[in-house]
Design a protein around this ligand. Sequence first.
Ligand SMILES: Cc1ncc(COP(=O)(O)O)c(C=O)c1O
Length: 412
Amino acid sequence: MEDLLLLYEKYINPSLARTYRFMGLDHEEHTAEGAVVVDAEGVRYIDCAGGYGVFIQGYRHPRIIAAAHQQLDLMPLSSRVLVNPRQVELAQRLAEVTPGDLTYSFICNSGTEAVEAALKIARGSTGRATIISTEGAFHGKTYGSLSVSGRDLYQAPFKPLVPDVVRVPFGDRQALESAMSDSVAAVIVEPIQGEGGVIVPPDDYLPAVRSLCDQFGAAMIADEVQTGIGRTGTLFAVEQSGVVPDLLCLAKALGGGVMPIGAVVGRPWIWKVFEESPLIHTSTFGGNPLACRVAAEALAVTMDEDLPGRARELGAWFIPALQEVCARHPDIVAAVRGRGLMIGLEFQSAGMGAMIMSELFQRQVLAVYTLNNERVIRLIPPLVIAAAQLRQVLDVLAQALDAVELVKDELA
Ligand SMILES: Cc1ncc(COP(=O)(O)O)c(C=O)c1O
């Protein structure tokens, strides 16, 4: 593995290679199945990192792999001249499973592209400029998405960003109300902030965002790139608030753990910008037959296996069980929170979080940090994970906490 890491250092990212080494994450991934990743030496890891939330249906789900093979044998990419049936089938399915009158889809290749499209559609259709986003938000790292994200660290070197973006505290209805005006094109929110540290807003927050958008004629953009496709216990997290956004962004698990894909699904009124100019926003690879066939199968698997229900049931005992384990270490863990199987562990210091991740890894459990909150690590396992595997995670976490207990003063 050292050779591989040296090459990573030489050809990809020297600084990240050093971090891998420092964290003890210098093992080569080889294969994976269900909720287990296997390294090149045959060591098996229970995956609670889920590829940053991609593997809702697990790794290499047989139905999704079979669908990919079928489409590969037919036509993986589109001629872009004839009509692509796989794209139409997926768009129809998305209209059927998304709430309310979300109807039209623009299909792309990633989360950040879904957000870029949503921002452009909102500005283009409302004829307004201002976008309101929230502190701690993460919407991606291309310019538009970065501009509406909420951490200065990732923005500072790249300024000037897209103008007319206003940031308000997340979960704060009053702050949003004060920022609203007739020049607001859109308010963009994650139903639960993922990279911000798994922050669950008050129950009345999303309904308040919806009604303020209605009042001021602005579009509500729900970024469900991370919360979508069952993660929080319903297919889309907005369903739990009874809210229908004007634009819903999806990616990650929409690709069934097999293909990169993103989508923004919109209500009819906001598709106006395409009415005026049908090619106003396009992508060569976006909506390709292979990704769309895989995504349609991923949605079918998610529904047939009731994965949102599994997230609900497993989360209902796993989150309290984690809280119980962590309550024995109040000097290390500040909070355990989440919904379904989207779970954040907040530590008293960033160093403690990093050491826990490393200790978990040494005991063959994968977890993942959050980009915008250094004190929080996430557990976002595939929803096909077995209860027994989650019990094993609890045992391992207890051991990892005991290990940190011995050196916690140095990490405070
Ligand atoms: C809520 C949210 N939006 C957008 C993105 C960006 O997605 P991608 O990395 O596919 O561009 C992410 C990625 O973590 C995300 O969590």
